[in-house]
Ligand binder design. Structure first.
Ligand SMILES: Nc1ncnc2c1ncn2[C@@H]1O[C@H](COP(=O)(O)OP(=O)(O)O)[C@@H](O)[C@H]1O
Ligand SMILES: [Mg+2]
Length: 391
């Protein structure tokens, strides 16, 4: 029998634990968008790496697909235009619908033509041409102002969805990575879309690191009021227990009481650890079987090793010697570090002496600033790893 646990970025867990509240809340929003055929306030989900943002987005997209929504899924990256990615993903989705046997409305044809205009405007040379064999819609999405053109595109796609009694779901993962102008343009477009009397049924979800709210606020001042913010935190012990037990029960694997408790402790509420530990523990037994203490210990040791190599070591190696020195100074704290404490430990006169180094580590995604004057690691447990290494 296959191991039920799924360690690794974005892999759907066998049991999605402890996210019922947020899922319920977002699905209620989606239901309302669908039933009223009207847009709603866009949302943003932030959390540390491995907290389960990507699998949550996938779960929402799946719901949208089940209800025949137009579902546009994008992952932003530093060096790629978000507009191009959105255009591409929109095209893939519209083509899928066109190839299905559904009758197509004139609004749908119009959306394709607007997408064609949009695409020609952002990529005039056609270097990444996507094969839309349709004439561009003159006067739509061709102003050259990205935010206005995005409004045209989203309106047209939204109208097409409304015509056929569905709605549009848009997700942007790693949203904080999007180039600043693209991010601002999308904010403005979403803001504009929400202004009219009957906004088109578009539901937008952005996800990213805890820096995301600040990144959005930097891009447009009203972002704080425009988005509804959710954050994904560590899971409760109860949720972790379920995340272990549900999948193992299904596979006729039993836990000795003590083993289960130890596995829960080892996960520390961190979804990524649950999958890694669960997987490595299950590697130790023959199915169906019982997880005893010795198998548990062997599994956890293996998981620890995998996590050190896969999660921590790669990050640690990315830092410069000076960066490492600063991270070592941070590792003395269990909670976010005060920049002034870190400066003291490093023998600096004042916190501002660390500005350049701090910005570099933030840019490299190794640390972030949870609030003014504080810094923290972007993955849980990094401090323990650094201490382990230094000992
Ligand atoms: N609620 C959850 N319950 C159990 N496992 C989860 C949960 N959320 C995420 N995971 C697991 O954690 C790992 C990281 O999830 P991912 O969505 O990639 O995190 P993020 O996008 O926040 O970095 C994956 O192995 C995934 O299966
Ligand atoms: Mg992710």
């Amino acid at each position: 029998m296959a191991n039920p646990f799924k360690p690794g970025a974005g892999r759907k867990p066998p049991y999605l634990a402890g996210r019922d509240d947020i899922i319920r809340s977002i699905k209620n929003d989606m239901k309302q968008v669908y039933e009223d055929a009207e847009g709603m306030r866009p949302i943003v989900i932030s959390g540390l790496r491995g907290m389960g943002k990507t699998v949550l987005l996938r779960e929402l997209a799946e719901t949208a697909h089940h209800q025949d929504w137009i579902a546009i899924e994008v992952e932003a990256s530093k060096h790629d235009s978000l507009a191009k990615k959105l255009a591409q993903a929109t095209y893939v989705e519209l083509r899928r619908i066109r190839n299905s046997s559904r009758p197509l409305s004139s609004a749908f044809e119009h959306a394709l033509a607007v997408l064609r205009s949009f695409q020609l405007k952002i990529d005039p040379t056609g270097s990444y041409s996507i094969g839309i064999d349709i004439n561009p819609a003159k006067g739509f999405a061709d102003s050259g102002d990205l935010s206005l053109d995005l409004v045209d595109l989203l309106k047209a796609v939204g109208e097409a969805a409304r015509e056929s009694g569905t709605a549009v779901f848009i997700s942007v993962d790693e949203f904080q990575e999007a180039p600043q102008e693209d991010l601002a343009a999308l904010n403005i477009a979403l803001h504009t879309l929400g202004q009219g009397s009957a906004p088109v049924p578009v539901y937008f979800v952005g996800a990213g690191l805890p820096t995301l709210p600040a990144v959005l606020a930097d891009a447009t001042s009203y972002a704080e009021r425009m988005f509804r913010f959710y954050s994904l935190n560590l899971l409760s012990e109860e949720a972790v227990r379920k995340a272990y037990v549900e999948p193992t029960e299904k596979n006729m694997i039993k836990w000795e009481n003590e083993s289960l408790e130890a596995a829960i402790q080892a996960a520390g509420g961190y979804p990524y650890f649950i999958q890694q530990c669960g997987f490595c523990i299950c590697e130790q037994i023959d199915f169906p079987g019982t997880i005893t203490k010795s198998e548990l210990l062997a599994g956890i040791a293996l998981a620890q090793d995998e996590i050190d190599r896969g999660l921590y070591r790669s990050r640690w190696d990315r830092a410069t010697p000076k960066g490492k020195e600063m991270m070592r100074a941070m590792a003395e704290d269990e909670v976010p570090s005060k920049l002034s404490d870190v400066a003291d430990r490093m023998g600096k006169k004042q916190p501002s002496d660390l500005s350049v180094l701090r910005d570099r580590l933030i840019h490299d995604g190794l640390i972030y600033s949870p609030k003014r004057g504080y810094i923290a690691f972007t993955v849980p447990g990094m401090n323990a790893f650094i201490k382990r290494c230094s000992d």
